[in-house]
Ligand binder design. Structure first.
Ligand SMILES: O=C(O)C(=O)C[C@@H](O)[C@H](O)[C@H](O)COP(=O)(O)O
Length: 366
């Protein structure tokens, strides 16, 4: 894999008047640059939304600025937390010409983006992702949302940021499980969109990527480029963008079934991608060796390829009931995202009963 120097990379996501830059530069985010971004947005009318874990780490950067802090973790992607943040925005005197800076992982980006999309009918926002998952996926493309008990991301909209600032050095605060969490989305791009990328990643381990910034930066840029290309073609997820949801129908159901406590998003979709790879062999879309390689590489990056506990048929049925609420669902069908070949996906409508029967069979296997 091509190693990069420490220069700045700027990518551009082109969507008419909703176009924006995605800056990738190690060391670009610090107290001074954060202050400048706030100043340029009118300091008194700009608020940073972050979580308590990050506030503890970066309090020196944040304490002089207007900040709203929520609890770290998926439980903050919640309607009540969303309402609380809106009320705090009012109390902070943020007007309809105000700005939000989302400084956090996927949860913060999705929550803060949804607040920005709806506060006084919409104000500007910037994404400063601090997790690998947010850097390679959720901070780009404008999907913003909160969860319901019925499922993931069920209340939200498409609302593009004004810019995304990616500083890989911020990942130093991430624990290994969170690194693996983000690598699941990296592997999604490789397995589903870029065979050469998959072959390259298969040469490394999670530890290699964590330890070598010169390896990491091109990986982040490659993921952003794939995401940009897809979003520019299908911003509202009516066609090709469905493919970015590979492994997610099962993954979201797993997350929701365990109340967003047992499995991180990346762990859920890793299991989802592994199940899809196994089923692709049954339908002749992958050969046994390709499937085995996919499972091996997913495992190599410290991600699960199956649920950790055996499930009863009743438990599997309960887990799969979340599929009914998947947003790719039509009336009687759900978009089945599967392989054309390793490195290329396709989406086709599948009867929900068939979908559930096939996934159920895999989930019940030892
Ligand atoms: O950007 C997209 O489109 C994706 O599907 C990317 C997903 O990796 C991401 O997790 C997204 O938030 C899930 O989207 P959803 O539409 O299933 O809520």
């Amino acid at each position: 894999m091509q190693k990069s120097e420490n220069e700045k990379t700027t990518l551009n996501l082109k969507l008419d008047n909703r176009s924006y830059p995605i800056h990738i530069e190690p060391g670009s985010i610090n107290s001074e640059s954060l202050r400048q971004l706030v100043q340029q947005s009118d300091a008194g009318n700009c608020v940073i939304i972050t979580d308590h874990h990050l506030y503890d780490i970066y309090s020196d950067w944040l304490k002089m600025l207007k900040v709203i802090v929520v609890k770290a973790g998926e439980s903050s992607k919640d309607i009540c937390v969303y309402e609380s943040v809106l009320e705090q925005m009012i109390k902070l005197g943020i007007s309809r010409t105000g700005t939000i800076i989302a400084f956090g992982g996927g949860v913060i980006g999705d929550l803060a983006g949804f607040v920005a999309a709806t506060y006084m009918r919409g104000i500007d926002f910037y994404q400063i992702p601090t997790s690998l998952l947010a850097m390679v996926d959720s901070s780009i493309g404008g999907k913003v949302a909160v969860n319901l008990s019925s499922g993931k991301n069920l209340v939200g909209t498409f609302y593009q940021p004004k810019a995304v600032y990616i500083d890989p050095l911020l990942l130093k605060t991430l624990d290994k499980r969170e690194w693996a969490n983000g690598m699941a989305e990296v592997l999604k791009y490789a397995i589903g969109f870029d065979r050469e990328f998959f072959d390259e990643l298969s040469k490394y381990t999670l530890t290699d990527i964590m330890a070598d910034e010169q390896l990491l930066i091109p990986i982040i840029a490659r993921c952003c480029k794939i995401k940009i290309d897809v979003v520019e073609q299908d911003e509202k997820d009516m066609g090709i963008r469905n493919l970015l949801n590979f492994g997610h129908t099962i993954g979201h159901a797993i997350e929701a079934h365990y109340n967003y406590e047992k499995y991180l998003h990346g762990e859920g979709i890793a299991i989802g991608m592994a199940i899809k790879a196994k089923l692709a062999v049954d339908s002749g879309l992958l050969n046994e060796a390709e499937m085995e390689r996919i499972l091996e590489v997913i495992s190599k990056y410290d991600l699960p390829i199956k649920l950790s506990d055996m499930m009863t048929k009743e438990e599997v049925d309960q887990l799969l009931s979340y599929i009914i609420h998947d947003k790719k669902r039509q009336v009687e069908e759900v978009e089945w995202i599967t392989f054309k070949k390793l490195g290329q996906l396709e989406s086709k409508p599948e009867k929900i009963e068939t979908f559930i029967e096939q996934i159920s069979k895999e989930l019940l296997k030892a």
